[in-house]
Write a protein that binds this ligand. Structure first.
Ligand SMILES: C[S@@+](CC[C@H](N)C(=O)[O-])C[C@H]1O[C@@H](n2cnc3c(N)ncnc32)[C@H](O)[C@@H]1O
Length: 255
């Protein structure tokens, strides 16, 4: 079996991977979906344990950016790859009149979101690469920790650009390449602690090995800015969290 372990330079490189394994695109889609269906009941607890709760702070900053930009546009907010719905619910709490739609490929993750969000949110099971939304219809899109899992991430960004209203924004939060001095510490955490917690708490070491491998492969911030630009989305603001472990990008759809 071929293995890929170096950080990719562009999103297209991810299409033939499942973590470090080289796989066909349909296998990538099926494996990612099955993985999130499997870990959905323990997903939120695992996020808290693995990040020591830090993901909540990063998401809070993301929600602030999204809400500030939403004020300029009418229409729904799409929480793409919205998973268990925490970001969608925080946006709804801050902007109660806004229709907020959680879109995700995994039925298991959406079940958890539905139990949590009830009638406050709308839910659609769909692939980001073929969004069931009209052109220029969304007031904003949030996408947290989802892009690196998509079957064809570059195509997903083109779909985001298609459905956003001109001048509205994608708020993207994703793991990135940390500062060189911090990399050894983060490396230890991701090599030993994350898979161990995955095995003990989620009882799924393979799933958490995949998450670590997919984080290591994901292109660095400059390459992501280029990919956004190629899709017609201009980065207007970026912020590094925890020495670059995660990056927040605000990218505006060109008029
Ligand atoms: C790491 S979780 C992130 C969930 C949530 N946004 C969060 O930050 O906690 C990644 C999510 O991406 C979803 N996903 C993966 N591929 C997708 C695709 N092609 N289209 C839509 N959602 C996808 C998964 O089902 C999963 O819920």
């Amino acid at each position: 079996m071929n293995r890929r372990t170096q950080r990719a330079k562009d999103l297209d490189t991810l299409r033939g991977t499942f973590g470090n394994e080289q796989v066909a695109e349909n296998e990538r889609r099926a494996s990612v979906r099955a993985l999130f269906d499997r870990i959905a009941p323990r997903y939120d607890l695992m996020n808290d344990l693995m990040s020591f709760g830090l993901h909540r702070l990063w998401k809070r900053a993301m929600v602030r950016e999204a809400v500030a930009r939403l004020a300029r546009h009418e229409g729904p907010l799409i929480d793409l790859a919205g998973g268990t719905g925490d970001i969608a619910l925080a946006i709804k709490a801050a902007d109660s009149a806004r229709r907020v739609i959680v879109i995700d490929a995994s039925a298991g993750m959406l079940d958890v979101a539905r139990r949590r969000g009830g009638e406050r949110l709308d839910y659609q099971q769909a692939e980001a690469e073929t969004l069931p939304l009209a052109d220029n219809s969304a007031a904003g899109v949030t996408l947290a920790f989802g892009l690196r899992n998509m079957t064809d991430p570059a195509q997903a960004l083109c779909e985001v650009a298609r459905v956003l209203k001109p001048g509205s924004c994608l708020i993207l939060l994703e793991f990135s390449k940390s500062a060189a001095w911090f990399a050894p510490f983060y490396g230890l955490h991701s090599r030993f602690i994350i898979p161990t917690i995955g095995a003990l708490v989620a009882r799924d070491r393979r799933a958490y090995n995949y998450l670590v491998e997919s984080i290591r492969l994901f292109p660095a911030a400059g390459d992501i800015a280029r990919a956004l630009d190629k899709a017609g989305l201009t980065v207007t603001h970026s912020r590094a969290h925890m020495f670059g472990v995660a990056m927040l990008h605000v990218a505006e759809k060109n008029d």
